[in-house]
Design a protein around this ligand. Structure first.
Ligand code: GLN
Length: 204
């Protein structure tokens, strides 16, 4: 019996910290490629939506003819992982979005943009993630959203701990869709990316 070919994981490369995600994914042995058009999107088995600026990413997705193809793939069950702005893009509903802001959608949740405050209020904190061994992750929040509410099929995987905004939902999963308010691609902790690769392989 031959071993199945490793899945190809795309990282949306319209704007934001695409390179950091590619580096982490390649570092754990995954095959990772940037995705800028629908032809490339057709070739990947899973997609990471990076951090950055969700309004800009939404606009660029429209301009590059990617928004509808993204919606279609996600509706058809393609696994996806969104960090920060990427989480916003995966949300079915946004609070404090820009006027007419488009999302890809897929996760039955309402996300509040810039919920933790301005750039200068960016912070780092320990967050326990359900099912992740090895202790809490060191979560970096940069003008981050939080999840205001979730539908019945969404599993909350992590909430903020002690401090000003404690108990906020910052990590969720719905089927093969995963989203975090924070940026594991910036800390050198690849556990959440590993979880995502396992989701794409169908083993998590
Ligand atoms: N670090 C980030 O991705 C910030 C997200 C940004 N505040 C937005 O609304 O798109």
């Amino acid at each position: 019996m031959s071993t199945p070919a490793p899945p190809v994981i795309g990282v949306l490369a319209l704007q934001g910290d695409t390179e950091e995600h590619l580096r982490v994914l390649r570092g754990i042995g995954a095959t990772a490629v940037p995705v800028t058009d629908s032809g490339r999107l057709d070739q990947v088995q899973g997609l990471v939506l990076p951090g950055g600026e969700s309004t800009t990413m939404g606009k660029l997705a429209v301009r590059y003819g990617l928004l509808e193809p993204l919606r279609k793939r996600i509706r058809a069950g393609m696994p996806a992982y969104g960090t920060c702005a990427g989480m916003i893009l995966l949300a079915d509903r946004i609070i404090d979005g820009a006027q007419g802001q488009e999302t890809v959608g897929g996760i039955d949740m309402t996300v509040r943009r810039n919920a933790f405050g301005r750039q200068t209020e960016s912070f780092e904190g320990a967050v326990d993630i359900e099912g992740l061994e090895g202790g809490p992750v060191d979560a970096v929040f940069i003008r981050a959203p939080w999840v205001e509410s979730t539908g019945p099929d969404v599993r909350v995987l992590g909430q903020t701990g002690e401090g000003g905004a404690a108990g906020r939902i910052v990590a969720v999963r719905q089927g093969s869709l995963l989203a975090t308010s924070f940026h594991p691609e910036l800390t050198g902790d690849a556990r959440i990316h590993r979880l995502f690769v396992d989701i794409v392989k169908g083993t998590a």
